[in-house]
Design a protein around this ligand. Structure first.
Ligand code: GLC
Length: 452
């Protein structure tokens, strides 16, 4: 006969199982660092690797770049157009900015419709801020997807990530697609001088005023990083004697050598890009809520949580019914009776006991804790790749809502970094590089314009 109420043993056993499933041992983390080195080296030489290690054809700025530039930022559910002024002394100021929601049907329609949408947004930005149409503005395009570049102002999309699927863009030069759309809309006052990933923008924006910054990280809808590498360490560029440096977009969201759970596999199988971006699907804001929802539904079906709410499964049945932002609220509830969690659940029509709320909070903690641990370990791997003995001081420029807004995320990252690197972790600090991708893009446009 089916048991209607689980014994506490069952409930405890299931949550202990989950805790273990999502835990990262020190051995796991150190193994991951080694695997990171291996794949970094493979990616730099053009061999088999889950890290693409894409050359950006940009180095860090000198801090003296100046002028006014336009910047576009496309990489998630919102598209931004900005006008940025650089004062030549390390200060970048956003003078105007407009944000436009990218409708799902545009993200997943045709490439021409997507780029036409961008052109319409640009047109309205220019009109609203009274830009003169009879002169030329240099513009940098932050396009936060994997792009193969051979120069700073052009690049071919390797494949979409983060839920975009627009047709006829993969394999094409996205700067050409943008220029074509601008022309269709009769916008002749724009010259696209640079194309950059958001990580590169973030690193460049921070290093404009802080020379100790050699690593830019995004922890937001997606996750990725870039760092500064010697040309001589990038065999695939075939310039072994080149004395300079170049920023490398790692595309670490695609890192595949990491232990995952059955829930990760289910989430991956149901995504628009199965098999790809496995690390991103364990770490970033677009996926954490969905991963937790899947585990929660399993727990409800096993009748170890929300037993007093018979239709709880229905409330969490659909994708999107538990968001990463909800997890942050749940983890941030410090009230004695977990009142915030209670009202969140009541809004969904779910009645809960105090034990249910405690378990839900624990579950969010397992999943966000693993994400923070993986993020910190990846940072440790890249910094020790650049400076194995951690002799220097390193600043990491980080942007993205997961880092900025998720309750306790950065504290959890810090404790994993301390566990991995001991006292040497004191040489690493991270700063929130707000608006990095917009400001950084403008600085890249300035660097590109000066080197013409
Ligand atoms: C995805 C993209 C990558 C971007 C990251 C953060 O991983 O592939 O290019 O940097 O999201 O936005």
């Amino acid at each position: 006969m089916m048991r209607l109420t689980p014994s506490y043993e069952t409930r405890d056993a299931f949550f202990s199982y989950l805790e273990e499933l999502f835990a990262l041992s020190s051995d796991d983390l150190f193994a991951m660092i080694k695997d990171f080195y291996w794949d970094m080296s493979g990616g730099l030489s053009g061999g088999p690797s889950s890290l693409k290690m894409l050359p950006s054809f940009v180095d860090k700025p000198k801090g003296a770049e100046e002028g006014s530039f336009l910047a576009l930022d496309l990489g998630g559910t919102h598209f931004r157009v900005l006008a940025v002024a650089l004062d030549g002394k390390g200060k970048a100021t956003v003078r105007h900015s407009s944000q436009f929601k990218v409708p799902r049907k545009v993200m997943q329609g045709t490439g021409a419709a997507l780029f036409d949408f961008l052109a319409v947004c640009i047109d309205s930005f220019l009109t609203k801020n009274r830009f003169q149409r009879n002169r030329t503005y240099d513009l940098a395009f932050t396009f936060s997807f994997p792009v193969r570049q051979t120069r700073v102002d052009s690049g071919v999309l390797i494949g979409w990530t983060k839920g975009f699927t627009a047709t006829d863009v993969q394999g094409k030069d996205v700067v050409c697609l943008l220029n074509d759309a601008l022309r269709r809309k009769h916008i002749d006052c724009i010259r696209v001088t640079a194309l950059a990933n958001d990580t590169v923008g973030t690193l460049v924006a921070r290093s404009y005023k802080d020379p100790t910054c050699n690593l830019g990280v995004i922890l937001g809808t997606g996750t990725n990083a870039c760092y500064r590498e010697k040309w001589s360490n990038i065999p695939k560029l075939k310039r072994p004697k080149h004395p300079g440096h170049m920023i490398i977009n790692m595309e670490w969201g695609d890192f595949s050598r990491v232990r995952s759970s059955c829930y990760d596999s289910e989430l991956d199988a149901a995504s628009v890009n199965p098999g790809a971006m496995r690390f991103e699907k364990m770490v970033s804001g677009m996926y954490l809520g969905e991963l937790t929802r899947r585990v929660l539904v399993d727990a409800i079906k096993r009748r170890v949580i929300f037993i007093i709410s018979p239709d709880a499964v229905q409330r969490f049945k659909r994708k999107g019914t538990l968001k990463t932002a909800d997890m942050s609220l749940i983890e941030g509830d410090d009230t004695a009776d977990l009142d915030h969690i209670d009202s969140f659940l009541k809004q969904k029509g779910i009645l809960s006991t105090f034990d249910d709320r405690t378990l839900l909070k624990r579950l969010c903690g397992f999943i966000s804790g693993r994400a923070a641990g993986l993020g910190a370990t990846a940072i440790a791997a890249v910094i020790t790749w650049m400076d194995p003995d951690l002799k220097k001081v390193h600043t990491v420029g980080i942007d993205g809502a997961l880092f900025e807004k998720y309750t306790g995320f950065s504290t959890k990252m810090r404790s994993v970094l301390d566990e991995l690197l001991g006292g040497k972790a004191d040489n690493i600090s991270w700063v929130h590089s707000k608006d990095g991708s917009g400001k950084g893009a403008a600085i890249i446009a300035a660097v590109a314009a000066a080197s013409e």
